[in-house]
Design a protein around this ligand. Structure first.
Ligand code: NAP
Length: 302
C-alpha cells in the first residue's frame, strides 16, 4: 500500500514513527507521482489542494475531526473519513469537564481578597443541568465523563438520535431547551446549518448568568451578538476555544473581556499514539474493500 502524507510542516516528524509502527506494510511518502498512491492521510495546511491526480486513492483519511476545510473541495471525489480517536475524545471530555466544574462550583466567586464568602450552598451535580449541543463522538465522550460526576444531562443533535442512558433532543427543540441551559457545552461541526446558530435571539433565551462553553467551531456564534448578550448577562460567561478567525486577533474584545475566557484551540489534540491505529484500521479497510469508518456525509458537511 502506497500512502501519501499531506499535512503542515513539522507534522511528519510527529506522525511518521506512530504511523510506521501502526502500518508496517505501508510505503509512507510525503511526495511522489500522485497516480501511484492508494491512500492519502490529510490535515489542513499541507501541500495537497487538488485531489484530481490521485486517481487510485481509495480513501482520504483526515487527521482532524472537523473537516470544513476539505469537505467542499470540488476536486475531492475519493471517500473522505474524519478523525474519531480515543485520545481526542478523552482530551475533549477532560477540557469540558474542567470548565463545567469551574462553572458548577462557582470557582470565580472566591477571589483572594480577604472576604469570607460562605453564604451560598451550591447545588450538587444531579441538581445541575448541563446541556450538550452536538452528540457526536466528542459530545458522547463529554456526556460520559459528566454523567460519571452525576450531572443532569440533556443532549441536542441534528437528528435527536438516542444515546444510551441520555435524553437527546432534535435541534428543533433548541429554542425551548436554551431556556434551561445553565451550562451549555457546544460541540458542533462547522456547516451551513450550524453557522450563526447561536445568534442574538437564541443567546437571549439562555438563563441569566448561564455559562457558554464552545470548543466546537467558532462560526457557531455571532461574535457581536455574544458581546451584546454578555452585557445583558445572557450568557453570564463564555469559555471560547475556537473562533471565526484563528489565531484570534490580539486586539479582539474577547481577550480583555472579564466575562470571557479564551483558550487557543487547545481543547483536544489528535495524538499520533492513539490516532495512528485508527488511521491504520481505516486504510486497511479501504484496501480490502470493507466499509470505511467515520465516512463524511458530503451533503451534510460532517
Ligand atoms: P460528529 O461525531 O460528526 O458529531 C457532530 C454532532 O453534531 C452530531 O451529534 C450531529 O447530529 C450534530 N449536529 C450536526 N449539525 C447539527 C445541527 N445543525 N444542529 C444540531 N446538531 C447538529 O463530530 P465530533 O467528532 O463529535 O466533533 C464535533 C466537532 O468538534 C468537530 O466537527 C470539530 O469542529 C470540533 N473539534 C474541536 C476540537 C478542538 O480542539 N477545539 C477538537 C476536535 C474537534 P447527528 O448526531 O444527528 O448527526
Amino acid at each position: 500500500m502506497r500512502v501519501r502524507f499531506s499535512a503542515p510542516d513539522g507534522a511528519w516528524r510527529d506522525w511518521a514513527p506512530a504511523l510506521r509502527a501502526a502500518l508496517p506494510e505501508a510505503d509512507l511518502a510525503r511526495d511522489g507521482d500522485p497516480a501511484g498512491f492508494d491512500a492519502i492521510i490529510y490535515a489542513p495546511g499541507g501541500d495537497i489542494t487538488d485531489f484530481t491526480p490521485y486517481r487510485r486513492a481509495r480513501i482520504v483519511q483526515s487527521l482532524w475531526a472537523g473537516v470544513e476545510r476539505i469537505v467542499g473541495n470540488p476536486t475531492l471525489t475519493q471517500p473522505l473519513a474524519r478523525m474519531v480517536d480515543p485520545g481526542l475524545a478523552q482530551g475533549m471530555a477532560e477540557y469540558c469537564t474542567g470548565w463545567v466544574m469551574r462553572a458548577h462550583l462557582g470557582m470565580d466567586a472566591y477571589a483572594q481578597d480577604g472576604v469570607w464568602r460562605n453564604g451560598t450552598v451550591p447545588p450538587l451535580a444531579p441538581e445541575r443541568r448541563v446541556t450538550i449541543l452536538g452528540m457526536g463522538a466528542l459530545g458522547r465522550s463529554v456526556a460520559a465523563m459528566l454523567g460519571a460526576v452525576g450531572f443532569d444531562l440533556c443532549g441536542i443533535s441534528a437528528s435527536g438520535r438516542a444515546v444510551s442512558g441520555l435524553r437527546v433532543h432534535p435541534v428543533g427543540d433548541l429554542d425551548r431547551l436554551l431556556g434551561q441551559a445553565g451550562i451549555l457545552v457546544c460541540l458542533l461541526p462547522d456547516t451551513d446549518a450550524t453557522r450563526g446558530l447561536l445568534d442574538a435571539r437564541r443567546l437571549a433565551l439562555m438563563p441569566r448568568g448561564a455559562w457558554l462553553i464552545n470548543p466546537g467551531r467558532g462560526t457557531l456564534i455571532d461574535d457581536d451578538a455574544l458581546l451584546e448578550g454578555l452585557a445583558q448577562g445572557r450568557p453570564g460567561h463564555a469559555v471560547l476555544d475556537v473562533f471565526h478567525r484563528e489565531p484570534l486577533a490580539p486586539d479582539h474584545p474577547f481577550w480583555a473581556h472579564p466575562a470571557v475566557t479564551v483558550t487557543p484551540h487547545v481543547a483536544a489534540e489528535t495524538r499520533p499514539a492513539t490516532a495512528a491505529p485508527v488511521v491504520a484500521e481505516n486504510l486497511r479497510r479501504a484496501m480490502d474493500g470493507r466499509p470505511i469508518l467515520h465516512l463524511v456525509d458530503r451533503a451534510r458537511g460532517y
